[in-house]
Structures are given as C-alpha cells and as structure tokens.
Design a protein around this ligand. Structure first.
Ligand code: OOG
Ligand code: MG
Length: 253
C-alpha cells in the first residue's frame, strides 16, 4: 500500500469536491498509517501555499460517535484556507456534502509541546469562542471506518470562529445549539464534550506531542461537536450559539 498515493487521492477528492471510495473497501491499514496518510495529505495543501492554523478533535461527544458509528477520539489539522469569518458566505460548490456542527474554539497563547493538565490551561490558553465546523467527508455517502476518517483529515473542510472571550472559570452547563435560519436543528449541553470542554485541550496537547505536531501560540483548537452534525442547506443561514460565549454565523451560497 502506497500511503502517499492514498494521501494524494484524498487531497484530489477535497480539491475537486468529488467523493472517492473508502480506502478500507480495498486496503487494511492501521491507525498509525492513517495518521501518516493525513500528514502526507496536508503536505499537498502546504505545497499549494496553505498554512497550518490549528488542531481539531473529533468524536469527543457520544452524540457524534453514535451518529457516525465510530467510537474513539480522533484529531485533525486545520489550515488557514478553511477559516471563514463570521457572516461570510460558504461557497457550496467547493464541497461534496457538507455538514455543520456547533463547537467551542480555543486560542493558544503559548507554544505547547507536552500534555498539560486542567490546572495549566490558563497559562497556555488565551481565549475561547463559539465556532461552527463544516465537515465534508471525501468518502461516498459520508461513510467510513475510524482509519478512513483519520486518513481523510477527520473530514475537516471549513470553520468559523466567533468573537474571542476571556476564559470562564467553567465551560460546563452552557447550551450549545445549531440553527438554520431561525430553526434550532440541534442543541445540547456543553457537558456533552468529554464531560468538560476544557478536557479537549488536555487531550489535544497529548496528541500533538505524541504525533510530533507543533502547536504554537496564535493557533487554534476546535474541541469537537456537542451534537450530531447537520447537512447544510443552500441559503439557510447557519448559527452556532454557545451559552454566554455568544454566536457566529455562515451563509451557504
Ligand atoms: C468526522 C469529524 C468529527 C467532531 O466534531 O466530532 C468531528 C466526521 O464526523 O465526519 O469533527
Ligand atoms: Mg467537528
């Protein structure tokens, strides 16, 4: 199995917005190999001038694990070209079958190269914000195994971050919702994220260190969706709201 060839196939599927066949349909490969494919596929993006912007976690809530039938935390890489501003239009022709998720984002204030504990968070994290993540599996019918989705950079395709807020003492018991126009499509408590969204930072620091992915001041982290993802509909304004942190929006065009 040629990992670089698979990485190029996945990158081409993303760049052309055309779905490809699940790798696991024809190959058996390990989680480590899947992360290597992910790393190689990002090299293709960097080669086109994209810049690493941060990390995202996936499957940090039971709602997401159940929706996708996958039961392990995963992480992926975000780039600057995936980053939209709140209120921006999302060009739907650049995506295959995009779904939206309501998330919490964090901003790093200090380089991080080891696992940190909850107590150390104020030293390393500057701010948090409401966020929307747009996921767009490069696989037909959004179907994948754990290894498939890791190789596909965890379906990462776009994200929006609202206004940064100072870190509250707790991120528990906040209502997280995703609306299309005025209709609430999904909502849950922030406790759905690892019982405590701050734990996403500890997990991301551990994974970044394990996989030797530098994680630097000014970069961001998406904690993972609290609710199932929802297929995006043309012209329906997407809003993610996170309790007292506020909201952000994206307009699919
Ligand atoms: C994988 C990405 C999962 C999350 O927040 O849990 C994710 C997928 O569902 O396609 O981004
Ligand atoms: Mg997500």
């Amino acid at each position: 199995m040629n990992l670089n060839e698979i990485a190029k196939t996945l990158d081409a599927a993303a760049a052309s917005a055309k779905a490809t066949t699940q790798i696991s349909a024809t190959e058996s490969f390990t989680e480590e190999q899947a992360y290597e494919i992910q790393r190689l596929s990002l090299e293709e993006r960097y080669g086109r001038g994209e810049k690493f912007a941060g990390l995202k976690l996936g499957f940090t809530s039971f709602a997401k694990m159940e929706q996708m039938g996958v039961h392990d935390m995963i992480w992926g890489r975000l780039t600057d070209s995936m980053w939209y501003k709140s209120g921006d239009e999302l060009p739907m022709d650049q995506f295959i079958h995009p779904r939206a998720e309501p998330e919490i984002a964090f901003l790093l204030k200090k380089d991080l190269d080891r696992e940190i504990s909850l107590d150390e968070i104020p030293e390393y994290i500057q701010a948090c914000a409401p966020a929307i993540e747009v996921i767009d599996s490069r696989y037909e019918n959004f179907k994948f195994s754990l290894e498939d989705v890791i190789a596909d950079n965890c379906s990462s395709s776009a994200f929006v971050i609202g206004a940064w807020q100072p870190l509250p003492a707790s991120l528990n018991d906040l209502e997280i919702s995703l609306s299309f126009d005025k209709e609430i499509m999904q909502s849950d408590s922030s406790n759905a994220i690892l019982d405590n969204p701050y734990l996403s930072i500890c997990n991301a620091s551990r994974l970044a260190a394990k996989y030797n992915q530098p994680f630097k001041a000014g970069e961001i982290l998406l904690a993972g969706a609290a609710t199932p993802a929802v297929f995006i509909e043309l012209d329906k304004k997407i809003t993610a709201k996170v309790g007292s942190l506020g909201s952000c929006t994206l307009l699919p065009k």
